[in-house]
Design a protein around this ligand. Structure first.
Ligand code: SF4
Ligand code: SF4
Length: 282
């Protein structure tokens, strides 16, 4: 990598070169084999430098501090409880300890990636995630899934009718209220069968995208806007069932994913995950 790129991505790369997941796995081992009642008790003992999985952590307690609430999830194992079921890809349930390790590691990774993605996105000056398809793309619209309480963040009309609730925007059966396809009716929020979505048709932009390419509601932006374009696919949740996938997903539409393929692969390997690169748009 050139020095320019190293400088551009330095803040995000610093986190990626020392991923927290190997430390979380060591933490679980120490917690289970030691006399610690709570996760906080063990974290308080982690004073010196720790090396695990080929990564050195000069200050392990500080590295784990942002995730202590998630690590407290391990306590269920000493309280005689059981985590909810997680299945392997063959449909077999994992044993409770493995299931809990997957659940906690997934939640920690999601949070670490939120920070990593924000740090890598910022210097790119890109707004691909916040605009509809451009003239060269084959898609007619991009959809941004929203939780119901997030819909109020957008000053846009909402369509919530029996027809919209029965429609799936990605199925071949075109949803066309008033005889016009929904994606030809301007940017808007629709309540589909699959939930709420912000629809950005070709050439349109999110109303919260400011003139400088920044997000006007950045601290309050919806969850889905916090997570692109490197995703934890350690667990997949489909129809309420959790499946262990043990993968890291990175979308190559994104300029920093293209720039940092090698570094993302090294991050995935340190986390014990298989890297899957995918193109979404275009
Ligand atoms: S809410 Fe912000 S981050 Fe999300 S699409 Fe709009 S401008 Fe982009
Ligand atoms: S594609 Fe990547 S760099 Fe562009 S806005 Fe999305 S996350 Fe940021």
């Amino acid at each position: 990598m050139t020095n320019d790129r190293k400088r551009k991505y330095s803040a995000g790369l610093a986190l990626m070169q020392r991923p927290v997941l190997p430390l979380v796995r060591l933490f679980l081992l120490l917690y289970l084999t030691g006399p610690f009642r709570t996760a906080a008790e063990l974290a308080g003992e982690l004073n010196g430098e720790v090396e695990t999985g080929g990564v050195t952590y000069p200050a392990p307690r500080e590295a784990l501090a942002p995730y202590l609430d998630e690590l407290a999830g391990f306590e269920i194992l000493k309280q005689g409880g059981r985590p909810g079921p997680v299945f392997d890809e063959g449909g077999e349930p994992l044993d409770p300890m493995e299931a809990l390790e997957h659940l906690v590691c997934h939640r920690v990774l999601v949070r670490e990636l939120e920070t990593v993605n924000s740090l890598l996105c910022r210097p790119c000056g890109c707004s691909l995630c916040c605009t509809g398809p451009d003239a060269k793309m084959r898609q007619e619209f991009f959809g941004i899934p929203l939780a119901e309480e997030e819909t109020a963040l957008f000053p846009l009309a909402m369509t919530d009718t029996p027809e919209s609730r029965a429609a799936d925007p990605y199925s071949g059966d075109e949803y066309a209220p008033g005889g016009v396809p929904f994606y030809r009716q301007g940017a808007g929020i629709h309540r589909f069968r699959t939930g709420f979505s912000l629809i950005l048709p070709r050439g349109e932009r999110c109303p919260n995208l400011d003139a400088n390419g920044g997000c006007a509601i950045y601290p309050d932006r919806p969850e889905v806007c916090r997570r692109p374009q490197i995703f934890s696919y350690l667990i997949e949740e489909t129809e309420g069932e959790k499946i262990a996938r043990n993968k890291l997903l990175a979308v190559t539409d994104c300029p920093y994913v293209r720039d940092l393929e090698e570094e993302i692969a090294a991050y995935a390997a340190s986390c014990g995950l298989e890297l899957v690169l995918r193109r979404n748009k275009g």
